[in-house]
Design a protein around this ligand. Structure first.
Ligand code: ATR
Length: 279
């Protein structure tokens, strides 16, 4: 018999702004599919209120949170235990509240790898990869990408120093380097170009390196939208073999968080299909 006094397990996403987030829809679809009794809320929290909001969510019995822009880096100071991948990324996107402690993890990198490797079938081992941008999003994906042993991984950014800091941080892996947009080496074609800048969010198309795209290049935008993002348009205009927005990464990182919280892995394919149909 169902115990009507047992509260439903509560989860949510904290961001600022957050109204555009698709996470509640994705997690509700996962919960329905796996028959998990849970609720998932949209929580708009400004940076100065983050700590109070997280602690209150924890105090009132919340089980887990996703944390999104602009809190992924600052939330680290609230975490009692951090996973190695979140520590390497310098960013946390998943909090779990267990036994009075806050555990922090980062599922963005594995989400991207799953989308590229499993959903899209892009071989990463031995690939020449170019990442555009050197902010928090780049920091989250570089470590997991390097573990796939690409031939080269270049980070191009408007501000060279930021790209260089990330390249230096991961330099123990060898194959990584940094450059400004106008000095991207193009002797060897790129198999994969990932847009990790936030330029498209403001509808901007920076002077991306046109010559880096060939008809063998797969272009992937970490951003996604109802319409093609400026980077997707740029990629197609410059002859990329394929250009994809980050819907798959969004769904895959959510699935990884869901599994951390519930111990059940949802099937992402139908959810991804539904998100793209409704996009
Ligand atoms: P996120 O956490 O989403 O990565 P971020 O840390 O603010 O956000 O980083 C944004 C990235 O997008 C940076 O690499 C930024 O370039 P700079 O480091 O040179 O500022 C890049 N970016 C944003 N708008 C851009 C634009 N109009 N042209 C070029 N790069 C842009």
């Amino acid at each position: 018999m169902t115990d009507l006094t047992t509260p439903v397990d509560r989860y949510g996403v904290m961001g600022y702004p957050v109204s555009h987030s698709r996470s509640p829809v994705i997690h509700r679809l996962f919960a329905m599919q796996t028959a998990q009794d849970m609720q998932y809320e949209l929580l708009q929290v400004s940076p100065e209120k983050l700590e109070t909001a997280v602690r209150q969510f924890q105090r009132t019995g919340g089980k887990g949170l996703n944390v999104t822009v602009p809190h992924k880096s600052t939330v680290r100071k609230l975490v009692d235990q951090i996973s190695e991948r979140a520590s390497t990324a310098g960013a946390v996107n998943t909090l779990s509240f267990r036994g009075g402690e806050i555990h922090g993890d980062n599922t963005d990198g594995i989400g991207l790898l799953r989308d590229l490797g499993i959903n899209l079938g892009i071989p990463l081992e031995g690939a020449n990869i170019l990442i555009l941008g050197a902010g928090g999003a780049t920091r989250g994906i570089v470590g997991p990408l390097l573990e796939m042993q690409p031939r080269s991984l270049r980070i191009a950014n408007r501000a060279l120093d930021k790209a260089q800091i990330i390249a230096d941080h991961f330099d123990r892996h060898g194959s990584i380097s940094a450059c400004p947009f106008d000095m991207v080496p193009v002797e060897e074609p790129y198999d994969l170009i990932i847009n990790a800048t936030s330029a498209g969010v403001r509808g901007e198309t920076p002077p991306y390196p046109d010559a880096a795209v060939s008809d063998d290049t797969f272009c992937y935008d970490l951003s996604y939208g109802l319409n093609p993002t400026p980077f997707s348009v740029w990629a197609r205009e410059h002859g990329a073999s394929k250009s994809v927005m980050g819907w798959g990464m969004l769904v895959e990182q959510a699935a990884e968080s869901f599994e951390i919280w519930r111990g059940v892995r949802p099937n992402t394919a139908p959810v991804l299909k539904q998100m793209q149909i409704n996009a």
